[in-house]
Write a new protein. Structure first.
Length: 442
């Protein structure tokens, strides 16, 4: 109950409509403990947390890491649920799902199964996409943890029973998705399965990218297919599907091979297309996940597009472009926070959500990157080769980029996995599998 009050208060402070908030709850946003990070991009799947950054006009974060652990290579991001950290990696010809104590880093349990370093039809950029890239998904209703390996191994584990396996399914074997097509004269790229699964009600929704459907919903308890989307587009190497509500109808958005796709999730219309917008990128790498606010979706990619755009989604008109600007994010999913849109790619950008105009940009960041917006109106950036930064949002600095703190090379490897803030602890993972946990207070 306390969490509901806190979330509602936050909604009111930000001027969101109560109706939209209630609709989001109906759409299936599960309420967990405030300290949890149970999904790709956090509890509300938007990189916004009800926790403070820990900034106290001095060193940040304070002290050395509380603990370090290594789960094996891969760009999969950790989850934090009920004082436990779940992480997926690859080592010694096995994919490994490990459960750590959030306070100490002690291994509570781990499970593994034989798996290759790359998907069976993978091609291109092998130096970047070895090991699993998909972030696990946690279902609070069942206590089940879902993992998707790079070679299509989709598995359901009972996190409340020491990781006992509930069911498993290989997406390549079940749906026979072919290698992704070449785009124009660009080289072919296929990184295997990278998109995170999404629990909605009784379904587990996965971007399969097959002639049976771009999105396929499975019974979350058994793994049996429930429905498939009308869209048959190949997978887009996206971070994961994003839920939204359109005129009271629960939907989900994904940036697939062909562009933006929004489909319905309401009973009797599951998988029907609401909106599409063509957005084919060189190498078909639409990596950043769609960012959602009410019935608005923001998508971006670099390469040949090098744009970011906002669309208003409606049931009758589909996707209407509100604005588009010649700025872009290559990897980092945009964060919509208090009337601004943020991301990090080479620099940190702040755009006006209403108009798309640049409010400010600054800093020096590399290709990899992710952001978390905190309750004290700051941005935590995890970038490049393990660089950690704290940045003021436009709510505190509307006209210029202000960086409060920066730490270089916390772990000397690519910071592809998403940074996580949960329960006063900051979890920083790199592609080689090392996790560093810092205390930032609450």
């Amino acid at each position: 109950m306390r969490l509901v009050v806190l979330v509602l208060a936050s909604v009111l402070r930000r001027g969101l409509r109560i109706a939209a908030f209630a609709a989001a709850l109906v759409a299936g946003f599960a309420l967990l403990a405030a300290a949890d990070w149970p999904h790709w991009r956090g509890a509300n799947r938007n990189d916004i947390v009800d926790e403070r950054s820990g900034w106290k006009d001095g060193a940040w974060p304070i002290g050395k890491p509380l603990w370090r652990a290594n789960v094996g290579e891969g760009s999969s991001s950790p989850l934090v649920v009920d004082g436990r950290v779940y992480a997926l990696g690859h080592r010694a010809n096995q994919e490994v799902i490990a459960c750590f104590d959030a306070a100490s880093g002690r291994t509570i349990w781990s499970k593994s199964y034989p798996a290759p370093r790359y998907g069976r039809v993978a091609t291109g950029d092998e130096g970047f996409y070895s090991g699993p890239s998909s972030t696990p998904e946690f279902d609070p209703a069942t206590g089940y943890l879902y993992t998707l390996g790079i070679d299509g191994d989709l598995r359901c584990w009972n996190a409340r029973d020491e990781g006992a396996e509930v069911w498993k399914l290989n997406l390549y074997e079940a749906f026979a998705a072919p290698q992704r097509p070449r785009v124009g004269r660009s080289g072919r790229r296929d990184y295997g399965y990278t998109s995170s699964p999404l629990v909605h009600g009784e379904w587990l929704i996965v971007e399969v990218g097959d002639k049976a459907g771009n999105l396929i919903a499975l019974d979350k308890r058994t793994g049996k297919q429930a429905w498939a989307s009308e869209s048959k587009s190949p997978a887009g190497h996206n971070g994961g599907p994003t839920p939204l509500v359109v005129e009271g109808v629960p939907c989900v958005a994904v940036h697939n091979f062909d562009g933006l796709l929004v489909v319905r999730l309401d009973e009797g219309r599951e998988g029907r297309t609401v909106a599409t917008h063509e957005w084919r990128t060189s190498f078909a790498n639409n990596i950043a996940s769609p960012a959602v606010f009410e019935n608005n979706v923001v998508i971006t990619s670099s390469y040949n597009h090098h744009k970011i755009a906002r669309f208003r989604i409606s049931l009758d008109k589909g996707a209407e472009k509100v604005w588009e600007t010649r700025e872009a994010s290559k990897v980092c999913s945009p964060v919509i926070y208090k009337d601004s849109v943020y991301w990090v790619w080479e620099k940190c950008y702040c755009l006006d959500f209403e108009t798309g105009t640049v409010r400010w940009s600054g800093g020096n960041f590399g290709d990899p990157g992710s952001l978390v917006a905190t309750s004290d109106e700051r941005l935590i950036a995890w970038t490049d080769k393990g660089d950690l930064s704290l940045i003021e949002t436009a709510a505190r600095s509307p006209d210029k980029y202000v960086q409060l703190a920066s730490h270089k090379r916390i772990a000397d490897a690519d910071a592809w996995p998403h940074v996580v803030l949960a329960g006063g602890r900051l979890y920083c993972k790199v592609r080689t599998g090392e996790i560093a946990c810092f205390g930032v207070g609450r």
